[in-house]
Design a protein around this ligand. Structure first.
Ligand code: GTP
Ligand code: ZN
Length: 327
C-alpha cells in the first residue's frame, strides 16, 4: 500500500506544526518553525511518517505525539516484491549523483528517474569527478540521451589530485539547489558524502547527534536525513541511501513509457491503441529507436531519437514489471 495520506482522527487546536527531519522505526525528529527539534511518536499503529512530512504534533512531556500528517505533495519511494521503502515526501527535486569512476549503471539511473517522473518530481543529474579523464568524457557521452530528453545534467569536481584540480561546477549546482528541497541519491563511491559535507557545515556531527537521539547511540547508517544548507533554512538537502536495488513494482508496465520522457515524446501514433512498444507493427516508439529496429530509413536527423540503451532498459523493465509477483 502506498502511504500517501496517513491521518489520525485527533486534530486538536493545541497542536503545533512541524517538519519531520529524520525518522527511525517508531521515532522521528520533528523540527518546529523556530528551528527547535524534538523526538515525536506517531499516534496509532498505522500512521507512518517519512522525512519531509509536515505534521501537527502535541507535547507529551519532553517528547511529542504526532496528531496528523498533512497531505503530501508527493512521496518518492521504491517498491520491491517484499516491501515499500519511502525515501521522503514533499520534494522539489531528486538529484542523482553519479561519477566518472566508478562507472555508473544506466539502468539504476533510469529507475530512479522513472520513480521521480511517476510522482512528477523534477530531476537533476550531476556527474562528479570531472578531473578523471578519459573516464569523465566517456561518462558524459553516456548521459547525452538524458540531456536530449530534457534532464539537467551538470558536471562537477569536488576533489582532484593536482592543485589545478580543485572544485569546479559547484556554483552552478548551488544555483539549482537554492530555495529547494532536494533528495540526493547516488551509487556508492560517487561522492555523496563529500558533497553533503561540502554543502552542509557540521553534517557529520549533526548525523551523529540524530543517530544518538533516535537510535539510543547506535549508528543508523540506513536512515534518511534532512540538512539545511543555510542559516535561513530555505535550502534543504535530504541524504538517503538505497540507490541500489531500486524496485519499481508500483509502476504499471503499460504506464512505463509515459514515465520515460524520450519514449513519451513519440507516443500517440502507434497503430494499436494498446501498443506495448515491444514488437507491434506500426509502433511509433520503435520507429525512433536508434539503430533502426523498424527498418525504416530516415533521411533527416531524428529529433525524437531514442538511444538503443534507453529502449533496452524499457524492454527489460517492461518484462520485469509484467512478471512481478503480486500479493
Ligand atoms: N578524483 C576525484 N575524487 C573524488 C571527487 N569527489 C569525491 N572524490 C573521492 O571519491 C571517493 C568516494 O567519495 P565519497 O564521498 O566517500 O562517496 P560516497 O558516494 O559517499 O560513497 P559511499 O560512502 O560508499 O556511499 C572519495 O575518496 C572521495 O575523496 C572528485 O571530484 N574527483
Ligand atoms: Zn508502440
Amino acid at each position: 500500500m502506498k502511504p500517501r495520506h496517513a491521518q489520525s482522527t485527533a486534530d486538536s487546536a493545541e497542536s503545533m506544526e512541524g517538519l519531520v527531519v529524520a525518522a527511525f522505526g517508531r521515532h522521528c525528529l520533528v523540527e518546529s518553525p523556530d528551528g527547535t527539534r524534538r523526538i515525536c511518536h506517531p499516534r496509532g499503529k498505522k500512521s507512518q511518517v517519512v522525512v519531509g512530512d509536515q505534521v501537527r504534533w502535541q507535547h507529551t512531556g519532553d517528547e511529542g505525539s504526532i496528531e496528523r500528517v498533512e497531505e503530501r505533495r508527493n512521496l518518492f519511494y521504491r517498491q520491491d516484491e517484499l516491501r515499500t521503502k519511502s525515501f521522503a515526501a514533499n520534494l522539489d527535486q531528486v538529484l542523482v549523483l553519479v561519477a566518472a569512476d566508478p562507472e555508473f549503471s544506466e539502468t539504476q539511473l533510469a529507475r530512479a528517474l522513472i520513480a521521480a517522473e511517476a510522482e512528477r518530481i523534477d530531476v537533476l543529474i550531476v556527474l562528479n569527478k570531472s578531473d578523471l579523464q578519459p573516464a569523465f568524457d566517456r561518462a558524459w557521452d553516456r548521459l547525452a540521451p538524458y540531456c536530449r530528453m530534457g534532464c539537467t545534467v551538470l558536471p562537477l569536481r569536488l576533489k582532484g589530485d593536482t592543485a589545478a584540480g580543485s572544485e569546479a561546477g559547484i556554483d552552478a549546482l548551488l544555483a539549482k539547489l537554492a530555495g529547494k528541497r532536494t533528495l540526493v541519491l547516488g551509487p556508492s563511491g560517487a561522492g555523496k558524502s563529500t558533497l553533503v559535507n561540502r554543502l552542509v557545515p557540521h553534517a557529520q556531527a549533526l548525523t551523529g547527534e540524530i543517530s544518538k537521539a533516535l537510535n539510543s547511540g547506535k549508528h543508523t547508517t540506513t536512515s534518511t536525513t534532512w540538512y539545511w544548507t543555510d542559516a535561513e533554512r530555505k535550502t534543504a538537502l535530504i541524504d538517503s541511501p538505497g540507490f541500489q536495488e531500486f524496485g519499481l513494482n508500483h509502476i504499471e508496465p503499460m504506464q512505463l513509457a509515459q514515465y520515460m520522457p524520450d519514449l513519451r515524446a513519440t507516443l500517440g501514433h502507434c497503430k494499436f491503441y494498446n501498443c506495448t512498444h515491444l514488437h507491434e507493427p506500426g509502433c511509433s516508439v520503435i520507429t525512433h529507436v536508434q539503430g533502426g529496429h523498424s527498418g525504416s530509413e530516415l533521411t533527416t536527423p531524428d529529433t525524437l531519437a531514442i538511444s538503443e540503451n534507453r529502449y533496452r532498459i524499457y524492454r527489460d523493465l517492461f518484462d520485469e514489471l509484467s512478471n512481478r509477483r503480486t500479493y
